[in-house]
Design a protein around this ligand. Structure first.
Ligand SMILES: *[C@@H]1O[C@H](CO)[C@@H](O)[C@H](O)[C@H]1NC(C)=O
Ligand SMILES: *[C@@H]1O[C@H](CO)[C@@H](O)[C@H](O)[C@H]1NC(C)=O
Ligand SMILES: *[C@@H]1O[C@H](CO)[C@@H](O)[C@H](O)[C@H]1NC(C)=O
Ligand SMILES: *[C@@H]1O[C@H](CO)[C@@H](O)[C@H](O)[C@H]1NC(C)=O
Length: 426
C-alpha cells in the first residue's frame, strides 16, 4: 500500500465522520487515534522476548476502508511507494502518524549562545559522534523548524557536548555549562516554565551524554534527552528519553544486500576488550573455527578496510556492549548487511518502539555468550535469509543525510520525538 493511499484513507475517514458528526467529533477521533497509536507503540516497546524468533505478526488497529467512498485522490508527493512491512510494530499507524508528523510537527530552536563556542552548530559530521552533528545540522535544514515559538510542539536546547569536548572542556565543566545555559533560557523565555521542561529536548551522542544534564534536575526528570547511551541501568529514562543510533559516517564501503551466498562465516567480532562481556566473548571463542572472534581490534584506518570487508562475508555480527553499550558496530552491521547479534542486558535499542528488532536482528542476553555458536547454528537458513532481507529494508533508517531525506535516521528520531510531544500547554 502506498503512503498516498493511506493518506487518502485518512481523508475519507475524516470526511465520513464530518458528514456524520461535527468537526469537533472528528477532531476528537483523531486525538483518540493519536493517543491509541502512542499507547500501542509504547506498549510494544515493553515487549521484548530474548528469543531470536521472527514469527509474531503485527496487529492493525485501523479498520479497512477501501470499500467506503470514492473521493479526491490526495497525492502526498513523496515519490516513495514502500509496501507496508511488518518490520514495524504497527505498520499502518506508523505510516499515518509519520505523514501527520511531516505535515504538522514544529520545533523551536532557542537562538541563544555563540555558534563559535558550543551552541547551535555541529562540530563535524564525521567520526563516532556523527549522529550528534547530523542532528544539529538536519534540524535547521528540515521543514520542522519554526521561528514562531507559539507554533512549536517542542523546544530544542541547542548545546553540543561533542563541541565542548572539541574545545577541551572537562566533563565536570560540561555539566556546569549546560546548567548555566538552560538556566539562562528559563530566566529569559516563558516556555520552559509552562511545563517545567516537558516540551523541551536535548541531544547528544557523546559518551557523557545523559550525565551532562545532571546540573538541572528538571532536565533529567521532565525533558526528553536524545542520547547514544541508552542503558536501562544508568541515567537513561526509558519511554521518556530517546535512544539515538550511533552511526559512524561516512561509511567506508557501500551498503550490503542480496549477497547471502557470499556470507560464509557464521559470526564475527573484533574489538577492544573493554567490558566484562567482551572479555568473556574473546576468551570463550577466540580459537573457534566457525566464529571469527578477534581479541585484538582491527584498526579501521589501516589494513585496506579489512575490518569493514569482514562484515560482507559474515552472516551474524556480534555486537557486545563495550564501555558504553551502544556502539557504531550495530549501525555498521546493518549497513553491511550482516545480521546484528545484540549481546547485552538492559539496552534500549534505537527506534525500538517503532521497529520490531526481532525481525532483523538476534537479541541475546549476556549469559547466552557461552551457547553463542549453537544458538546461531540453530537459526535455520530460511530464517537467516528473512532476517537479512529485512535488515536491508531498515538500512535507510540508520543512515544520516544532509539535507535529511524521508525515513532516514533524522526522521526516525523526529518520529520518536513526535510520539513524545506534549500537547497541552498551560
Ligand atoms: C573548568 O572551569 C573552570 C572555572 O571556570 C576553569 O578555570 C577551568 O579552566 C575549566 N577547565 C576545563 C578543563 O575546562
Ligand atoms: C521561571 O521560573 C523560575 C523559577 O520560579 C524563575 O526564576 C524564572 O524567572 C521564571 N522565568 C520566567 C521567564 O518568568
Ligand atoms: C560475492 O563475492 C565476489 C568475490 O568477492 C564478488 O565478485 C561478488 O560481487 C559478490 N556477490 C555479491 C552478490 O555481492
Ligand atoms: C587459543 O589459542 C592460544 C594459542 O594457542 C592459546 O594460548 C589460548 O589459550 C587458546 N584459547 C582458548 C580459549 O582455548
Amino acid at each position: 500500500m502506498t503512503a498516498g493511499k493511506l493518506y487518502q484513507q485518512l481523508q475519507q475517514q475524516q470526511q465520513v465522520q464530518l458528514s456524520m458528526c461535527s468537526l469537533k467529533g472528528s477532531l476528537l477521533t483523531l486525538a483518540i487515534l493519536t493517543l491509541i497509536s502512542f499507547t500501542y507503540l509504547s506498549f510494544n516497546s515493553l515487549h521484548s522476548s530474548p528469543s531470536p524468533s521472527i514469527s509474531a505478526s503485527s496487529v492493525s488497529l485501523l479498520p479497512a476502508t477501501e470499500t467506503t467512498t470514492k473521493t479526491v485522490v490526495v497525492d502526498v508527493g513523496d515519490g516513495e511507494n514502500d509496501e507496508i512491512s511488518d518490520l514495524y510494530h504497527s505498520p499502518r499507524v506508523f505510516k499515518l502518524n509519520y505523514e501527520e508528523m511531516e505535515h504538522n510537527f514544529k520545533i523551536y530552536i532557542y537562538p541563544d549562545g555563540d555558534p563559535n563556542t558550543f551552541y547551535q552548530t555541529p562540530r563535524k559530521l564525521t567520526g563516532k559522534y556523527a549522529s550528534e552533528g547530523y542532528f544539529f545540522q538536519n534540524i535547521r535544514e528540515s521543514r520542522f523548524r519554526t521561528l514562531d515559538p507559539d507554533q512549536a510542539h517542542l523546544f530544542f536546547i541547542p548545546i553540543s557536548c561533542h563541541k565542548m569536548r572539541g574545545k577541551g572542556t572537562s566533563y565536570e565543566n560540561m555539566t556546569v555549562i549546560v546548567e548555566n545555559y538552560v538556566e539562562s533560557l528559563i530566566a529569559k523565555y516563558s516556555y520552559w516554565n509552562r511545563t517545567l521542561g516537558a516540551d523541551h529536548f536535548f541531544v547528544t551522542c557523546h559518551d557523557v551524554g545523559v550525565r551532562a544534564t545532571e546540573g538541572v534536575p528538571f532536565l533529567i526528570k521532565n525533558a526528553i534527552r536524545v542520547v547514544c547511551s541508552p542503558s536501562y541501568d544508568v541515567g537513561f529514562i526509558p519511554h521518556k528519553d530517546v535512544a539515538l543510533p550511533q552511526v559512524l559516517q561516512p561509511f567506508a564501503l557501500p551498503a550490503g544486500g542480496n549477497d547471502v551466498e557470499n556470507r560464509t562465516t557464521l559470526g564475527f567480532w573484533a574489538g577492544h576488550r573493554n567490558s566484562r562481556i567482551r572479555v568473556i566473548l574473546a576468551r570463550v571463542w577466540e580459537n573457534d573455527t566457525e566464529l571469527d572472534i578477534s581479541s585484538n581490534r582491527i584498526n579501521r584506518a589501516t589494513g585496506h578496510l579489512v575490518y569493514q570487508k569482514r562484515f560482507y562475508g559474515t552472516k551474524f555480527c556480534i555486537c557486545p556492549g563495550g564501555s558504553q553499550v551502544n556502539s557504531a558496530r550495530i549501525a555498521d552491521s546493518i549497513h553491511y548487511g550482516c545480521v546484528p547479534v545484540i549481546l547485552s542486558n538492559y539496552y534500549d535499542l534505537p527506534f525500538n518502539d517503532i521497529l520490531d528488532w526481532h525481525k532483523f536482528s538476534v537479541i541475546l542476553k549476556e549469559q547466552d555468550v557461552y551457547q553463542l555458536k549453537q544458538i546461531l547454528k540453530d537459526i535455520p537458513d530460511n530464517q537467516f535469509v528473512s532476517l537479512h532481507k529485512n535488515l536491508i529494508k531498515v538500512q535507510k533508517h540508520f543512515q544520516w543525510n544532509s539535507p535529511p531525506i524521508k525515513n532516514d535516521a533524522f526522521h526516525m528520531v523526529m518520529y520518536d520525538l513526535w510520539l513524545r510531544r506534549h500537547v497541552i500547554k498551560y
